[in-house]
Design a protein around this ligand. Structure first.
Ligand code: SF4
Length: 424
């Protein structure tokens, strides 16, 4: 393995796992996410979800008051009351996620027991599950891993031969991938999470799992425990990664290689055409990816191999070497992969190496831009449809756009004194 794996700890600049509610609630419109936390948690979700809070929201926060924190009130009674009121007001809710936070964990509020109790009382009308999205335990996309793992016990059992795509995808991307797998010869393709929380896919010994996202370590373990086989493949970002990912499933289903090539070759040719204009801008440019979503390794592999970028440092909040083995093997010899973060030291290294592009969170993006360093907001990568061979051009565009914008505004930022603007 060629990458240079390093670890760092210290101050971090990342989201907590609660943020994943923003895309999970859109995926399952019949589910509700009730955070059991503080006003800080409520503010976080509201800021991250932006205008969505004004539409009929499918998430909210049961705010722990001083009385709860001091142990003066029975927090369990309070929680039951809030949950029941909510379910009365919103009879369309089918699955209620009780989401743990830092405060609920610190006071050791037992949400698993609360979920059990509510399940008993609701007699299956609504299913209540729990997971933690706290900043102490989880970083950003980990929240999805927790939510999917929590659904594990509810998945029915099956021996049926099927392909299970695991991880939230944009609906259009999911439709396209299922269509392609069907054309390749895999007839039964299901997804976790499903589009309706009540339509959970079954799982069992005939199930082959393809992870669509790299941050699903616990979900993968849960599915293995249920008898499924979890394939090891690069993740479906970029034309090459997506093709290898699909081919891995095809091999597992013993599909003929010439059929696979017949379906995928034209897609790959089209993707290369779509990539070409972006490659022109990205080729030879130096990039740093700061840790945030665990997508960083797959993105770095795509940007280096398909767009010709040079990797200065690839950060990731957490590195599961087993799930990422294929990605690590595709990185150039000696690539610095930094697990964890000491944000001040990392920023010093960014300034010293002065890369052409830094992928980072919103908290760092504008300050770095003001220092003359071009940035790309990493959060956009979690909300955009970036998976699959067809999306390779769009994915590259997300990185070429800030560089193109910088080229355009550069003259205004540094006007040359040789050609002063002449005002009439
Ligand atoms: S869960 Fe923790 S890190 Fe996340 S918003 Fe609440 S207090 Fe902050």
């Amino acid at each position: 393995m060629g990458a240079n794996l390093q670890k760092e700890s210290g101050p971090r600049e990342v989201f907590c796992g609660l943020t994943s509610i923003v895309w999970l609630h859109r995926r399952m419109p019949d589910a509700f996410f009730l955070v059991v936390g503080s006003r800080t948690c409520a503010h976080l979700i509201q800021s991250a979800a932006g205008v969505m809070i004004f539409a009929e929201p499918r998430f909210g926060t049961a705010i722990l008051s001083e009385r709860d924190l001091a142990g003066l009130a029975d927090a369990h009674d309070e929680l039951d009351r809030v949950a029941k009121e909510l379910l009365q007001r919103r009879p369309e809710i089918r699955t209620l996620f009780l989401v743990g936070s830092c405060p609920s964990e610190v006071i050791k509020l037992d949400l698993a027991r609360a979920a059990e109790r509510l399940n008993d009382e609701l007699h299956g009308r609504v299913r209540v599950v729990n997971y933690s999205g706290s900043g102490i335990e989880t970083t950003f996309t980990d929240g999805e891993d927790g939510a999917l793992t929590a659904l594990g016990p509810l998945l029915p059992s099956t021996d049926e031969r099927q392909l299970l795509l695991v991880g939230t995808l944009a609906d259009a991307v999911e439709d396209r991938l299922i269509h392609l797998f069907t054309r390749l010869g895999i007839q039964t393709v299901r997804s976790l999470p499903p589009r309706q929380s009540t339509e959970l896919p079954p799982v069992g010994p005939g199930t082959t799992v393809l992870l669509t996202q790299p941050f699903l370590s616990n979900t993968a373990r849960m599915l293995r425990d249920r008898g499924a086989r979890v394939l090891s493949a690069p993740f479906p970002l970029g034309a090459e990664g997506s093709r290898r990912w699909m081919e891995t499933a095809c091999r597992d289903f013993n599909l003929p290689a010439d059929r696979v090539a017949e379906v995928l070759d034209p897609l790959e040719r089209r993707a290369h055409q779509a990539l070409a204009p972006h490659r022109q801008i990205l080729q030879g440019k130096r990039i740093v990816l700061l840790p945030e979503s665990q997508l960083e390794l797959s993105l770095a592999r795509f940007l280096q191999r398909e767009c010709g970028m040079e990797l200065v440092e690839v950060g990731t909040p957490y590195l599961n070497r087993e799930l990422m083995a294929e990605e690590l093997a595709l990185l150039p010899e000696g690539t610095t992969v930094m697990e964890g973060q000491h944000v001040d030291r990392q920023l010093d290294r960014v300034r010293d190496s002065h890369p052409d592009l830094v992928v980072c969170g919103m908290g760092l993006a504008n300050p770095l831009e003001a220092e003359g360093i071009t940035t790309k907001w990493s959060i956009e990568l979690v909300f955009s449809p970036i998976h699959g061979i067809d999306q390779a051009g769009d994915l590259a565009e997300l990185f070429s756009r800030p560089l193109r914008r910088r080229q355009r505004i550069e003259p205004a930022l540094h006007p040359t004194t040789l050609h002063p603007t002449v005002h009439a």
